[in-house]
Design a protein around this ligand. Structure first.
Ligand code: PLP
Length: 343
């Protein structure tokens, strides 16, 4: 089976497994796992921030990110299709106790004016509490639901400046910031400079089995460590998996451009087919969304022929390219979509 459901399906390579098997470990809850410490220092340095905390998932990194910037009852502005809003099990309300002000972006990207409209500053004429306080804005780069689209650095900087004027903190869901950086050659730290906290995932395009990091100032990450424990994220001999993440940073970043090439080639080829439509402008990294008349039926036909995808809406299918999809498997996936489209 060629598995295009997600870039989270990758299996650790044998070289990665070997490094994991021999990783020195300690007790992460007691703060003395040397491999976790090495990973946290490495990621903080890469992103140009003071500190980082290793957590089990991107969801936990994002949710701790929301928690450190807000109080119960606050409002958070984010793009309407943000992962934090639609794919994290209602955690913003359930855990941080915040409500979300959704903003409709273009390819996942919104403007400073949209932010300002969504977070009007409180009027001195009105009594406090008349409007819920807005304290945080989040961005997502790359933007998953928009098709792995890249937030231009200028757009991020502009939102950052508007947020500063409004007195808002900024969290960046950079689950796939590695892909944004690979696609643009803009360094991770330049992207990270537009936010107070950043989530980066090791378990997606980088191909590590488990884990994400939340990075930010020492004060914010000290507080994040407390919430990590509160949320059940203290994971003892985590050095075994942190070693996989370190290996992935060292060995799998350079090759992300290959995934982007595969996605582009696949998108352009299937867009030629009758009954299959791709918004090619949205294919900027490793994710391809395509429209067909009956997505569940079409995805089932692909699966019968050896290609697994995700039908995420009645007429919408997602295919994601990653470490475990080779050039020849990309060619084969195109052949299979063609066969399914022509009946
Ligand atoms: C943009 C984005 N943010 C956060 C996450 C959450 O990561 P995890 O699945 O590790 O909780 C995902 C997962 O796919 C994602 O795509």
């Amino acid at each position: 089976m060629i598995d295009l459901r997600s870039d989270t399906v990758t299996r650790p390579t044998s070289a990665m497994r070997a490094v994991m098997a021999s990783a020195p470990v300690g007790d992460d809850v007691l703060g003395d796992d040397p491999t976790v410490i090495r990973l946290e220092e490495r990621v903080a340095a890469l992103l140009g921030k003071e500190d980082a905390v290793y957590v089990p998932s991107g969801t936990m990194a994002n949710q701790i990110g929301l928690r450190v910037h807000t109080r119960h009852g606050d409002r958070v502005v984010m793009e309407a299709e943000a992962h934090i809003r639609i794919h994290e099990s209602g955690a913003p309300a359930a855990l941080a106790g915040v409500s979300i002000v959704p903003v409709n972006g273009m390819h996942g990207v919104f403007t400073p004016d949209q932010l300002i409209a969504a977070a009007p500053p409180p009027s001195p004429e009105l009594p406090p509490g008349l409007f819920d306080p807005t304290t945080l804005v989040t961005m997502e780069n790359t933007h998953n639901e928009a098709g792995g689209t890249v937030w231009p650095i200028e757009a991020m900087t502009a939102v950052r400046e508007a947020a500063r004027d409004l007195g808002l903190s900024v969290h960046l869901d950079g689950a796939r910031l590695w892909n944004a950086s690979a696609a643009t050659n803009i360094s991770l730290d330049r992207y990270a400079a537009t936010a107070d906290t950043v989530n980066v995932c090791f378990s997606k395009g980088l191909g590590a089995p488990i884990g994400s990091a939340l990075v930010g100032s020492k004060a914010l990450i000290d507080r994040a460590r407390w919430f990590k424990k509160l949320y059940g994220g203290g994971f003892r001999q985590a050095g075994i998996i942190a070693a996989g993440a370190l290996y992935a940073i060292d060995h799998h970043r350079e090759r992300l451009a290959e995934d982007h090439e595969h996605a582009r080639r696949f998108a352009e080829a299937i867009n030629e087919l009758d009954g299959v439509t791709v918004d090619l402008a949205s294919v900027q990294t490793n994710i391809v969304f395509f429209d067909v008349a009956d997505a569940p039926g079409f995805a089932a036909a692909l699966r019968d022929r050896g290609v697994d995808t995700l039908a995420l809406a009645p007429t919408r299918i997602r295919a994601v390219f990653h470490l475990d999809v080779s050039d020849s498997e990309t060619t084969e996936a195109i052949r299979v979509v063609r066969a399914a489209a022509t009946g």
